[in-house]
Design a protein around this ligand. Structure first.
Ligand SMILES: Cc1ncc(COP(=O)(O)O)c(C=O)c1O
Length: 449
């Protein structure tokens, strides 16, 4: 496994900056800006007044107050590839922090920066230039797009596949392309925003069943006469757990509902051949719509659906998010084709990933770090302290680890966490160094022993 060729590969945290950078003092913020920390985005969703811009100023005031107190930890610009170590701009101090151990990127197989992938991208740029310059239906489809869609179908073992500009648009386009007003869609309560947005756009009746509870799904489907679609994920993106598919399939069959699985975080890493969680659980043939992204395990960009020839053919005409949007850049497609080839030819990458996951679970588990019910490469570090998660996040960042804090409304209240992504590319030393630094900070806050 080659690592990102960056001058940044060795840890070099600027110790002076670490000690002199301004710290978040939550108590001080609470005293000087009473109320600011209790507010979040939801407070600025609805507001009085007739001006469409009425919420801009109050939101701006709040944002300026809370940004230095932790919200600045979002959208920090990277100055390197999303490798196992990254250079990240600290927007609070203006410094670039080099060689941070990276647990924030989705690059689960380390493919985004593989030399073969970069080479394929460069070659495609020479032939095709930068963009597709058209909708896939009109002029945006290149020979590369056609080949890649077939390769995805073959990899997934399905009759056909179709590629979207993003995983988000794959969900929106598929759900709203298939379901109509008067139909019923039932999704797991932890479904990703792109699934929820597809449900809203479809105008179908929307219900949510309790997370991973087939008995509740049964109740939500009961008594509805009409077209029904059930949607689950392969790996839930904030919790890292997987669905009990056999029971979910049984409930769907009982009610005549079609089943769609979003394998954004599980395709290419789960299952004997990497097809995903449905393969891993021996239920690939029971799924009606296979959906996933190329932005996680393949380290690129884009989304897909795979299934029967008839399904893909229908959605080719009705998925508006694909129809009315420019096709993926051929440069991206070229990189994805190479990444898929590597993921297929190197099953040892998946083995390394699962070894790394087991090792990290042991390192954190031995220190008593709470990790929820994760059974995947997505490991939530459950802090549950909405008020102090940002100060912990800042300290972890200054210790030399890049990992994202997640709090309400992205997860429920009092369910704050750090969302850790493990990659096959992490070395044991990086896992140890990262775990050690995180544990050091969590200990200060009494989160672990
Ligand atoms: C479950 C799930 N589906 C879809 C998406 C959207 O994928 P993309 O980022 O490729 O648009 C995500 C992104 O995180 C996700 O977690």
């Amino acid at each position: 496994m080659s690592e990102p060729k960056s001058e940044t590969s060795t840890a070099s945290i600027d110790t002076e900056a670490r000690t002199t950078a301004p710290r978040v003092d939550i108590d001080e913020v609470a005293q000087t800006q009473p109320g600011a920390l209790e507010y979040d985005y939801t407070n600025f969703y609805f507001g009085a007044g007739e001006d469409a811009f009425a919420l801009l100023e109050p939101f701006d005031d709040w944002w300026r107050q809370v940004k230095p107190a932790g919200y600045y930890l979002y959208e920090l610009p990277l100055h390197s590839a999303p490798g196992t170590r990254v250079d990240v701009e600290d927007t609070k101090t203006g410094e670039i922090r080099r060689g941070l151990v990276n647990f924030a990127s989705y690059n689960y197989l380390g493919l985004s920066y593989r030399p073969e992938v970069k080479e394929a991208i460069k070659e495609a740029a020479d032939v095709y230039g930068g963009g597709s310059s058209g909708s896939p239906i009109l002029s945006g489809t290149t020979a590369l797009h056609m080949q890649f869609a077939q390769e995805v179908a073959d990899f997934k073992g399905q009759e056909a596949a179709m590629v979207f500009p993003t995983g988000y648009s794959a969900n929106v386009g598929t759900i709203a392309g298939l379901m109509r007003s008067g139909d019923l869609i039932v999704a797991d309560q932890y479904a990703h925003a792109s699934i929820v947005d597809g449900m809203i756009l479809s105008k179908a009746k929307s219900r949510f069943f309790r997370h991973n509870r087939p008995d509740d799904l049964d109740r939500k489907l009961a008594g509805f006469d009409g077209k029904k679609l059930v949607i689950v994920e392969g790996v839930y993106s904030m919790d890292g757990d997987t669905p009990p598919l056999a029971e979910i399939v049984a409930v769907c069959r009982k009610h005549g509902a079609r089943l769609m699985i979003d394998e954004a975080h599980s395709a290419f890493v789960f299952g004997e051949t990497g097809k995903g969680v449905a393969e891993h659980q021996g239920l690939d043939d029971e799924i009606d719509i296979h959906l996933g992204t190329f932005s996680k395990s393949l380290g690129g960009q884009g989304g897909y659906i795979a299934g029967s020839e008839q399904l893909i053919n229908y959605l080719r005409g009705f998925s508006r998010s694909r129809f009315f949007s420019c096709a993926l850049s051929p440069v991206v497609v070229a990189g994805l084709r190479k990444a898929l080839e590597i993921a297929t030819d190197e099953p040892e990458l998946r083995k390394k990933l699962w070894d790394n996951v087991a090792y990290m679970q042991k390192l954190l588990g031995d220190a008593g770090v709470p990790m929820g019910d994760s059974t995947s490469q997505v490991i939530p570090i459950m802090v549950r302290d909405d008020a102090r998660i940002f100060s912990m996040g800042e300290e972890i960042f200054r210790e030399g680890v890049f990992i994202n804090p997640v709090k309400y409304p992205a997860v429920g209240k009092h369910k704050s966490r750090f969302r850790m992504s493990i990659s096959a590319a992490h070395s044991n030393e990086e896992l140890e160094e990262g775990a050690d630094k995180i544990i050091t900070v969590l200990r200060r806050y009494g989160i672990c022993q």
